[in-house]
Design a protein around this ligand. Sequence first.
Ligand SMILES: [Cu+2]
Length: 158
Amino acid sequence: MRKLLLGFLMGAFATNAFADEVAIDMWTLDPSTHERNDFNPGVIFINPGDTVVWTAKEVGHNVELLTGAVPEGIEKFRSGFDKEIRYTFQQDGIYAYKCLPHFGLGMIGFIVVGNDFSNLNSIKAYRYPGLAKARAEGLLSQLDQMRKETNENVADVD
Ligand SMILES: [Cu+2]
């Protein structure tokens, strides 16, 4: 019996078996959400093997995986600034990442790979600084909601 994911969550959940590219924009002032220092979308669900492509819509932003808030064994990753950033996610789990200069201003995001929530407790226990605390709480409640919708949309097929 195979499990087939029928959910299509906010355009962000990859439903096919092939490696995909998923886009995230980096903004100083996001015109769609009116958030400052924003990754958009802030939460995505992807499959192992998918590549996330972050595009700097405005200058001064980068991507760095958050040590202590990624699956065990993941090596440090810190990108340069103001360019297209690419990272391929191979290992299942939840990854938190930040923009280095704007972390305390709330510039964080979360990526769930392979629908694996096994490190959710360490993600929730992380001490997010400054404005990142409230931003993280908002994004993690989005993540919980998407998780529920995903589980509701899992159906058995032959
Ligand atoms: Cu930034």
